[in-house]
Write a protein that binds this ligand. Sequence first.
Ligand code: FAD
Ligand code: UDP
Length: 368
Amino acid sequence: MKKYDYLIVGAGLFGAVFAYEATQRGKKCLVIDKRDHIAGNIYCEKIEDINVHKYGAHIFHTSDRAVWDYVNRFAEFNHYINSPVAIYHDELYNLPFNMNTFSKMWGVKTPDEAKAKIAEQIAELGITEPKNLEEQALSLVGTDVYKKLIKEYTEKQWARDCKELPSFIIKRLPLRFTYDNNYFNDRYQGIPIGGYTPIIEKMLEGSDVMLSTDYFDFIKENADTAQKTVFTGQIDRYFDFCLGVLEYRSVRFETEILDTENYQGNAVVNYTSHEQPYTRIIEHKHFEFGKQPKTVISKEYSSEWKSGDEPYYPINNDRNNELYLRYRELADKTPNVIFGGRLGQYKYYDMDKVIIAALDAVKTEFGN
Ligand code: FAD
Ligand code: UDP
């Protein structure tokens, strides 16, 4: 008799949603994580009474009413709207690209004037079908915005030439001809009051949890633990990298406590030139409209990833996507293991999409 129905590898959002739903259906789950805390990349740590987003700024946003209702069962969300600003040398612009950005860039006032300016800038480029991020960005916003707000930031973020990156990366950002600085187009948005970790705590109620436990060590001694495994770690590592290594970008955070109440006046400030080596500075208190006497900031440095480092962003280029599909074929032939989440499915997933993917896996597994 196995002790558990499910061994869930990874106490991040995917693993926690699966554990919660399985527990609700009377199943017994053991959740393990190699880190010494739950919540995966949405983990928040309290510093100076401020919820610090330890693995990068996380703003929940979705257009899916069912997902919004689902997370609201686990937390109350505040009315935070993400409106980052970008600093290029001594100039400051609103993001995402909207009339505030264009007005500051060119002195234009109306949408027609902004569109005319962009059309004038891209006329001589002759881009019909954008083939990469550079062509996509140029054709959407023209040369000035590309040069000041996209090119160097993207080079810092991905350490690759914009011509070698897929165009979908830039299409994540809204482009608007209205004076609207909301970074997302989604209908619902906010930050859970008290941070993300309590959401995962609630989801894991009823499951057994073991931290600081790497699956590959654990399974050597405990092969008989559960009927099935839900694996949210790296899919290529599961198969011992037998087909090759999937690539990632990594991120390094330098977090400082400052003896000032308000350092930059906004939660997110992007630095879009090479002048600063970091991509952005996060001032965590502004996610929850904090009034604490001190502040905590994190400078975010994008870095090359090598095997063994913390993987953050999958690099979804042709080489990696094809390699992933070959691992996927192996996964499909592996009985009693469900691969999920951003590492198990090698996907640039937002939180709402991870919840949808986990609920889909639940549906496939339990049929309801
Ligand atoms: P994870 O949170 O990574 O969980 C996987 C867990 O598995 C980890 O805890 C890991 O330690 C564990 N694990 C891995 N291998 C093993 C092993 N061998 N043994 C045991 N445990 C293992 N999404 C948004 O919607 N809004 C945002 O603003 C946003 N900002 C982001 C900013 C950054 C810098 C990054 C990198 C991502 C951002 N995301 C954002 C995406 C969001 O972080 C993910 O969608 C979500 O955290 C994925 O959950 P997951 O469970 O798939 O993965
Ligand atoms: N981007 C940019 N300038 C900015 C912000 C974003 O050029 O000031 C580009 C960059 O290529 C980035 C992409 O837009 O990778 C997506 O940005 P987003 O903020 O969605 O990235 P993430 O939240 O994944 O860090």
